[in-house]
Design a protein around this ligand. Sequence first.
Ligand code: SAH
Length: 206
Amino acid sequence: MEFLLNLRRRGITDAAVLRAMDEVPREKFVRPEDLDVAHLDHALPIACGQTISQPYVVAYMTERLGVAPHHHVLEVGTGSGYQAAVLSRLARRVVTVERYRTLADAALARFGALGYGTIEVVVGDGLAGVPEHAPYDRILVTAAAETIPRALVEQLVDGGIMVVPLGPHDGVQIIVRLTKRPDGLVRENLIPVRFVPLLPGRAREL
Ligand code: SAH
C-alpha cells in the first residue's frame, strides 16, 4: 500500500499503470539479501554490475510511454526483468533484449515462475533493436544512450513512441520521449535521471 501511495504522491495517476505496479511483485526481481528493501523506492544492484530501476522511474517511464492493450512493445535492457513484467501487464506482447545472457536467463526463469508467458527474452545488442519482431508500437530503453539509437527509430511504427534516457554515461541524463511522425521525430525532454550505460555489443560473460 505504502508502495502505491508513494507513486501516487510523486504524480503517477494512470490507473492501469498503478494496477500493473501493484500486480508485479518486485521482491521476486531483487537479490535475496535485498528482500527487506524491495518495496522501497530505490534502485538496487543486480547481477553483472547492473541495477533494477527505482519503482518511481519504472512507473514514470511506463506512464509516459502510453501503452495500450493491443500494443507490441520492445524493451531494451532486460536487467532483472521487472520493467518488462510491468509492461506485460499493459501490452499484448513484450519483447525484451539484454546483452548479458546471465541476466536474460534469470529474467526468463522469473517470467516462467510468475506466469508472464507473453514476454519474449532475446540475448543480443539492443542498440540494433530486435528486427525479427519489428515493428513496435512502443519502445522503452532502460539504459542511457549517448545519442538517439537510429535502428530503434526505424523499428517503430508511424506514430510510435520511444522513451529513452539520453545523455553522457558519466553524468546526468534526461528521459526523452520521441514520437515518430511522417515529417520526423517530435522530441519532448522529461525528467533528469541516472541510468547504467547502454553499451554496444553482446557482453562477454562473467
Ligand atoms: N529494465 C531493467 C533495468 C535495466 S539496467 C529492470 O527492470 O531491472 C540496464 C540493462 O541494460 C542492464 O542489464 C544492461 O546489461 C542492459 N544493456 C546495456 N546496454 C545494452 C545493449 N546494447 N543491449 C541490450 N541490453 C543492454
